[in-house]
Design a protein around this ligand. Structure first.
Ligand code: FES
Ligand code: FE2
Length: 327
């Protein structure tokens, strides 16, 4: 699939990855395996054993190594194979390794770098939620569409009184009012005006926040593949400071979000489930300003994933990968 080049994508929540076992997940159009090394740091690789292609995510952790469930080959946290049970005394070729991807864990998410350039050490852009709490509110909502459709649905003001006419759009009567839209690097902001109380901010490639008073919504738009995406949602609030009550309010926000998202999903899944492009035959109008800004930004930064690797042979024989010098 196509993604935004050289960016960190939020792809999994920290809560989904235990330290005791690997976790497989389809993301960015690939089957990926996520695991933690002995220090608890996250590692991510293509979920395919270099031996004969079994999914290593179905394996287990053995002494800090990821063990393939098929023939028990073990892989260290840099992806290198460290043990081949039928050939314990032979030197293992460096080519026998998992195809790893740069990853980081921040803000309760696991982020993967898209390349093709080397990953940056700079802080991953995120929102400042100050003293607000999101306890109890985290949720995951799958939608059968390309993730760009879901992003655009959240950059769209004029759908509110139609899609959400019984809920959050009930009192929206002013869709003809001009919206403020601003693109600033990877950030798109929009709302009634620059200093409005309700302002939406999207940080490319895949996170979003709606600020309203002391109740803020957060979304991550997770690309599963060309036909599927997943929302990770959180509701932040500063209304209740008592821990148990905060959690309860978070849980209520989660329930409410599911209801609102069901309204969105019904219409978004009725659109063609394709990646959106600046020129794709749709007739955009001025009220689609934030969507046009997103498509422009995307066109300027779009790239295939995974990036092409140089100098790799597509297939190897056992003779290539097991060095017999020590046998
Ligand atoms: S396929 Fe993984 S060890 Fe054989
Ligand atoms: Fe909506």
């Amino acid at each position: 699939m196509h993604v935004i080049a050289n960016r960190w994508y939020a792809l999994l929540t920290s809560a989904e990855l235990q330290s005791s076992r690997p976790q497989g997940a389809r993301r960015l159009g690939q089957d990926l395996v996520f695991w933690r090394n002995t220090a608890g740091s996250v590692r991510v690789a293509m979920d395919a054993c270099p031996h004969r292609g079994a999914k290593v995510s179905a394996g287990r952790m053995v002494n800090g190594c990821l063990e393939c469930p098929f023939h028990g080959f073990q892989f260290a946290d840099d992806g290198a194979c460290t043990f081949i049970p039928p050939h314990p005394d032979r030197t293992i070729s460096p080519a026998m390794r998992l195809d790893t991807l740069p990853s980081r864990e921040e803000h309760g998410f696991i982020w993967v770098w898209t390349g093709p350039e080397a990953a940056t050490d700079a802080p991953i852009p995120f929102f400042d939620f100050g003293d607000l709490s999101c306890a109890g509110s985290a949720d995951a909502i799958p939608v059968r569409t390309h993730y760009t459709r879901a992003i655009e649905n959240q950059l769209d003001y004029s759908h509110l009184p139609f899609v959400h006419r019984r809920t959050i759009g009930r009192f929206v009567k002013d869709v003809a009012r001009e919206q403020f839209v601003e693109t600033d690097g990877d950030v798109i902001r929009f709302g009634p005006s620059k200093d409005a109380d309700a302002l939406i901010e999207f940080i490319g490639p895949n996170i979003w926040r709606l600020r309203t008073g002391r109740a803020w919504q957060f979304l991550a738009f997770v690309p599963v593949d060309d036909d599927n995406m997943l929302y990770y949602t959180r509701s932040y609030q500063g209304v209740v400071g008592v821990p148990g009550l905060s959690w309860l309010v978070g849980r209520m926000g989660r329930f409410f979000n599911r209801f609102i998202f069901a309204e969105d999903t019904a219409v978004v899944e009725s659109q063609p489930a394709v990646e959106t492009r600046l020129r794709m035959g749709e007739m955009l109008v001025p009220s689609d300003g934030p969507i046009i800004a997103y498509r422009r930004w995307r066109e300027a930064n779009r790239t295939p994933f995974p990036p092409e690797k140089k100098g790799r042979t597509p297939t190897s024989t056992q003779e290539d990968v097991v060095d017999k010098r020590t046998s």
